[in-house]
Ligand binder design. Sequence first.
Ligand code: NAD
Length: 508
Amino acid sequence: MADDTETLMPRTRELAGWRGLAERLPLPRRAYVGGEWRNAESGRTFTARNPATGEPLAEVAACDAADVDRAVAIARRTFEAGEWRELPPTERKARMLAWADAIAAHADEIALLETLETGKPIGQTTSVDVPGLVGGLRWYAEALDKLYGETAPNGANSVCLIDREPVGVVAAVVPWNYPLIIAGWKLGPALGAGNSVILKPAEQSTLATLRVAELARDAGIPTGALQVITGLGHEAGQALGLHDDVDAIGFTGSTEVGKKFLEYSARSNMKRIGLECGGKSPHIVTRNVDDLDRIAMYVAYGVWYNQGETCHAGTRLIVDRTIKDELLARVRQWADELQPGDPLDPDTQMGAMIEPEHADKVMGYLQQGRDEGARLLFGGERVRRDSGGDFITPAIFDEVTNDMRIAREEIFGPVLVTIGVDGLDEALAVANDTDYGLGAAIWTNRLSDGHRAARALRAGTVWVNCYDHTSINAPFGGFKQSGQGRDKSLHAFDKYTELKTTWIELDA
Ligand code: NAD
């Protein structure tokens, strides 16, 4: 998920240094509404936990409809007053750049908050997640004074202008797996375009987001233009989805909850709904390949990076039978490298699963696969149990058929399923036989097979001879039940702006 436009940050601390910082780090725990830290009106809280230890971190405000009403009213007032949207784009750009600089200046602290609440390795939150957020915000800030309108050619007697206007109040509802990067994909275009944005982080990953939002105020972004509502999905998230004064939702999360937002929209004010949902991405390896070592590395990182908790993880390895065993032997070597460890250790490459319930679900799929007749080649064990956290080793199933549940449903854990095929036609048919369409990849040294596959694969992103190449200037999103609309690139503005057509009749 790292944007390759960003340079990696230098290693700043060793394990003891991170532990020391964690002990003295203040933990934000209240919602950020109108520039103030607020408890939920009901007084209720939920517990934020450290997935690597199981220990509680903080009691966080559990906002509900009453808190959402307050935040939406502030957002609307800010929008109508023009405090933010009427600033010249160069000024919005300058303030967003200042905000990005402030986040970069607090990178260690923000990365650590994210590691503590999600169990992601600190080596990755410092080198991928925080730089990804900063890079995304900078890219959108830089775009703001370079977006032009259009003129429709309609003859000598009229002028027909086509402009973009901010849609109004936007709620960004985001998941826990890349909480900062994905927040940036929403905030960059939505806030940049002049909307008032209310961010609803997942209940598992609130703390880093709160710190990031607080820094926006010092950068001159009006406090009503960016607020954070903390709380549970079925309370705070639902209240935003059903609110009649929210104009658009930018959602990333599961397909199941994405469908709920479509319902919320239909039941309320027909608000615009952008959806980035789940995936079950095929990773095809044809027989016409040379460098199996390199491919094995991409297969391994493509599925096991971030503990397998990645929407576009290449979870279905669709491989030609002639090379299957040779490739799996090499992928297995990577699994040995990627054993889970303490997320605060900068050398750790795999951290903790987000929460015990989720780890149980992943273990349930591992059992399901065996019951369905697939062969678990290795991995899938719960380890580091005395840490108090939930860690699962990288796993590979072989002898999987595409009708098994482990091949059809999003497991969202470190589980690769392998489906052997005979030739490219079968590989493409299996690859497309899925409800999802987020990412897909093919390895081949035949140019025409690469092009043919890129056209045939029903996915928002296709990688040919690579996996997970990404940049903030390239659209990201899904076909089919992986969502609608696109994050990243200039296309993301489509979700948060309305087109306005203005006709002007000219005097004869
Ligand atoms: P989730 O759908 O459970 O939650 C996402 C967000 O929706 C959270 O903020 C949550 O609080 C909120 N929510 C939950 N229930 C709700 C409800 N009933 N009403 C309103 N809001 C509700 O997803 P998750 O477990 O946080 O994240 C994992 C999922 O996200 C996976 O399916 C993954 O594929 C997907 N994802 C997709 C992308 C993408 O770009 N397509 C990126 C990352 C993650």
